[in-house]
Design a protein around this ligand. Structure first.
Ligand code: PTJ
Length: 240
């Protein structure tokens, strides 16, 4: 890993890149591209959790709390960046963790379940015995005791097809995705994964009651937040 000086203004961002690049056994090469897309959106958000994301986090916590069989679905990026945060959330809910990959290989599934086992999480996913109807990709492979029977599934880094297929199965779908244009989930937390997961764990532990939540309105509020921020920046940027 490249040594990143702690006082570098972009230390956290650069360290996230280093963690992904340093774990090719966990992270698909395509995951690096997906991360770059996330970084671009995060830049527009000011790399901070915006107020609408906090509302979505509260609603997601309530949904996880209400669920009878909640599952956290993880992929390569999620484990490489936030295995510990996933473990904390899974313990707080409590929820089952399942490895579910788009670029699925037995070696990656084994490496991801081993990485989670090292921090005490017995993740499902290595021996799929069920499928998500209508999903042709490898993400359709799942475990009956995990995603198969789940009533609520948290899918960080949303894949629209999968979110829709899970909805079609009658499950409540929650996502954490920096792309505010993703719109398939019931609750979309538009925030960076490593920032959002601890806030979600705190909200789950607080067991706060939440009123009705309108996901479309929330995403509009995120877009308005970004637009206002860009407007302010364009006004403040000195012109030559
Ligand atoms: O590990 P695999 O094989 O399951 O593959 C994982 C990837 C990420 C390659 C796969 O799921 C994929 O192609 O994802 P997409 O469709 O590119 O979507 C990734 C989304 O996650 C994009 O909308 C990004 O903006 C968003 N994103 C990337 N990094 C983060 C993020 N959202 C929150 N936190 C991040 N750190």
């Amino acid at each position: 890993m490249t040594a990143i000086p702690r006082d570098h203004p972009r230390y956290r961002s650069l360290m996230a890149r280093e963690r992904l690049v340093a774990a090719p056994e966990l992270v698909a090469q395509q995951g690096l591209i997906a991360h770059g897309r996330g970084e671009a959106f995060d830049y527009l958000l000011g790399e901070a959790t915006c107020p609408p994301a906090r509302q979505a986090i509260a609603a997601a916590a309530a949904a996880l709390h209400r669920a009878q069989r909640p599952v956290i679905s993880v992929n390569g990026n999620v484990v490489a960046l936030a295995a510990r945060e996933v473990a904390d959330l899974a313990a707080a809910v409590p929820a089952t963790v399942e490895v579910n990959l788009f670029h699925r290989t037995p070696a990656r599934v084994a490496a991801l379940t081993a990485a989670l086992a090292e921090i005490g999480v017995a993740a499902l996913g290595a021996e799929p015995d069920d499928c998500v109807p209508g999903l042709a990709s490898a993400r359709g492979l799942c475990c009956r005791d995990g995603i198969g029977r789940a009533d609520a599934v948290l899918v960080p880094l949303e894949d629209g097809d999968r979110a829709q297929a899970l909805r079609d199965m009658g499950k409540t779908v929650l996502t954490i995705d920096l792309n505010p244009l993703s719109r398939t989930a019931h609750i979309t937390i538009v925030d960076e994964l490593v920032r959002a997961l601890p806030l979600l764990t705190i909200a789950v532990e607080a067991r706060a009651k939440v009123g009705t939540f309108d996901n479309a309105a929330n995403r509009r509020a995120v877009l308005a937040f970004m637009a206002e921020r860009l407007g302010t920046l364009s006004f403040n940027t000195s012109r030559p």
